[in-house]
Design a binder for this molecule. Structure first.
Ligand code: SF4
Length: 336
């Protein structure tokens, strides 16, 4: 058989990666199952959140919604409640939307066809590849931040990983790797795991790396230059005034409208959604909180104000823990 150099390299690398994974994989609850639904939920949670945080959320979620059917029938408020604190709530909404589609189109059984998987809401190329390979042992590639770090270093790729030609190269390499083995799930997970536990962004532990002998970045002293940093859009600062309007032991809240960030969550009235109010600039806030959404760095300041005509619904203070509140506003309320 005639192989191109990258293919030959893939054939050399895969057994080392698969064997390393078998011996070094962390024992995580979603790795003890091959239920595609359970794996899917873990992959969606892990997209923006660290493993240690995800474990509790995943276990709670799987207890509340052990099957796709249960999730499809759940109240949206309960779905958001179980996601509260993980952020990027469209992920939770898309999980339920996809569950409903699976019930309607596939009788509640998670599809094993990669095309059908990719057509579900909230499932992109990476997540589809992860589910196909881990749950169904299909040779579908994955490329995410961890994989980008390993492949750019291992193959000495210097381009901006977000650029189109580099994306094509990275997907092609990931594809060659996963197609060079029968252990597709283990191979893809070895890349995730190596990126998470050994090939760290700042101080990779190359002496523990199963593919160190083949690593171009290590040989050529490029580790700290790879992956190349993309040119970043500047972050922008924004201030939001938040209003505490109370009536005996109740607080006025508004629901985030559909189509906006955090839709369906409750929050205190504020000048982002409601009419701007004139507050004396020297008024001292009752509480402050910061958070970051995409490239906005937001500072929230909480002020007590009279109701006037502010729309909203009254909620008993004691009940605030039981409803889905945006994380930033919960931070503010905790301080008072
Ligand atoms: Fe990463 Fe070091 Fe392994 Fe290269 S040798 S892939 S830099 S851990």
């Amino acid at each position: 058989m005639h192989h191109k150099p990258a293919q030959r390299k893939a054939l050399r690398l895969t057994p080392r990666l698969v064997n390393w994974y078998a011996e070094n994989a962390r024992d995580l609850p979603w790795r003890r199952t091959n239920d595609p639904y359970a794996i899917w939920v873990s992959e969606i949670m892990l997209q923006q959140t660290r493993v240690t945080t995800v474990i509790n959320y995943w276990e709670r979620w799987m207890r509340a919604f052990p099957t796709i059917n249960k999730l499809a029938r759940a109240r949206p408020e309960q779905v958001l409640k179980l996601w509260e604190g993980l952020g990027y709530y469209s992920r939770a909404r898309n999980l339920q939307l996809a569950a409903k589609q699976i019930v309607a189109r596939h009788n509640g059984t998670f599809p094993d066809d990669p095309e059908a998987i990719r057509s579900l809401p909230g499932i992109g190329r990476y997540t589809a590849g992860a589910i196909s390979s881990i749950a169904f042992e299909q040779p579908e590639p994955i490329v995410d931040g961890n994989v980008i770090r390993i492949l750019t270093r291992l193959f000495g790729l210097r381009g901006d990983p977000k650029s189109k030609p580099m994306q094509e190269t990275l997907w092609a390499l990931a594809n060659q790797l996963v197609k060079a083995t029968a252990d597709c799930g283990a191979l893809n997970q070895s890349l995730m795991e190596l990126g998470a536990t050994v090939c760290h962004p700042r101080a990779p532990q190359c002496d523990r790396c199963p593919v160190a002998r083949s690593c171009v970045a290590r040989r050529e002293g490029l580790i700290h230059l790879l992956p190349a940093k993309p040119v970043r859009a500047a972050t922008m600062k924004r201030g939001i005034q938040v209003y505490l309007i109370t009536h005996s032991d109740r607080v006025l809240l508004q629901k985030r409208p559909e189509g906006f960030h955090n839709a369906g969550f409750w929050e205190l009235p504020n000048d982002e959604t409601g009419p701007a109010r004139m507050l004396a600039t020297d008024a001292k806030p009752l509480a402050t909180a910061r958070h970051t959404i995409t490239r906005y760095r937001i500072q929230l300041q909480l002020f007590a104000v009279p109701r006037s005509k502010t729309p909203g619904e009254w909620h008993a203070r004691d009940n605030l823990n039981a409803i889905p509140l945006t994380a930033a506003h919960r931070k503010l309320l905790r301080q008072i």
